[in-house]
Design a protein around this ligand. Sequence first.
Ligand code: UDX
Length: 437
Amino acid sequence: MRISVIGTGYVGLVTGTCLAETGNEVVCVDINEQKVQKMRNGEVPIYEPHLDVLFDRNIKAGRLTFSTSLEEGLEHGEIIFLALPTPEDEDGSADLSYVLGVADDIGKRITEYKVIVDKSTVPVGTAEKVQEVIAKNAKCDFDVVSNPEFLREGFAVDDFLKPERIVVGSSSQRATELMEKLYKPFVRSGNPIIIMDEKSAELTKYAANSFLAAKITFMNEIANYCEKVGADVDKVRRGMGTDSRIGKRFLFPGIGYGGSCFPKDVKALHKSGKDVDYDFQILDSVIKVNQKQKTALLPKIKTYFDNDLDDKTFAVWGLAFKPETDDIREAPALYLIDELLNAGAKVKAFDPEAMDNVKRKYEDRIQFSKTMYEALDNTDALIICTEWSIFRTPDFKKIKDSLKENVIFDGRNLYDISDVEKEGVSYFSIGRKDIIL
Ligand code: UDX
């Protein structure tokens, strides 16, 4: 099939590349000329495992091409994916100006039947708005379909190629059949393509992300409570997670969720509730608890250092909002670093992928280290903010030899308490007992 993808951010790029992988002819359109030129030369503009291999293969096969011309994109695709940014407005709602702007262009330019697919996470009712905007000028038939993505950063290629489900919001038989044909190769395992109305599809995405954010937040509150009463959240997690109604995943407590999706989507759903006079009380709490959780290590650090962080230096392992990505949007590490700097402390940071992005934000306000161990030189304590695999089995001797204070503050519960105890390191984590030597 001929597919166009408008917008080559993380979602658009993964969508375009994976659709080319199943033999479709894909044109990806972006207004950023420099970026398009780089992609034409085979450069993947984001860090996403496995994407480079697929990117290269499909460009070489001529199935994946790039353009700065919306006109070219609209002419090429029978199905046109809109993968445009929907940034957070000041009031927490999603800004639809990019989506509706392109919809307006589509209405003016299309000359034959097209299926327009909303791939971006958009508020309930957006497909209807896109339909209206296109219809103002369109001189031919078209359908608008909602098809939310459920891609996790770091696993996006796998999630796209082997989805647990595909949600399609469509009220047109013709569009539904085209979408089913397009996605058939991805659901050979028997996983479903769930067809529903557009509004329900749009809400499915917000509900799924908000539920997961609430699940994590619930565990974070249980962890905080564990600390007060001397229970161990690791044990509680295992005990709870084996109940298949609850499930083992997304029960890991830590210093809060971040990223480009959960924070934005929870706020947007909360705000869209307000717009129709519905008060999402759970979401209100999720937002507040998560914000506080991002700096949950700070009181422990302050207490350990007698409330005097002035001129203390901290090694921070992990800057990305989670492992396997260079994305630092809403990353808890950055909130904690800001608090440390405000308290007069210095920071030496290491992350396997995200350092360039953080350098742009902090410039020389913090130091960056080439290796995780270099970050420990001349520092008072180690703080862990992201659970990269490389941090899971460190050389504790090196840590002890380098740190002035021989103490680890772990925001992701990477180590078994008993192991750290044996290593002879003071250790503070989330929802478990403190080890103070
Ligand atoms: C999420 C959704 O999973 C995906 O379906 C959607 O399309 C986009 O948003 P992503 O933001 O890439 O994906 O990350 P995810 O792996 O879901 O983690 C989100 C955040 O939750 C991270 O900050 C992570 O550290 C945190 N998290 C996750 C926890 O704190 N505990 C957990 O148990 C799981």
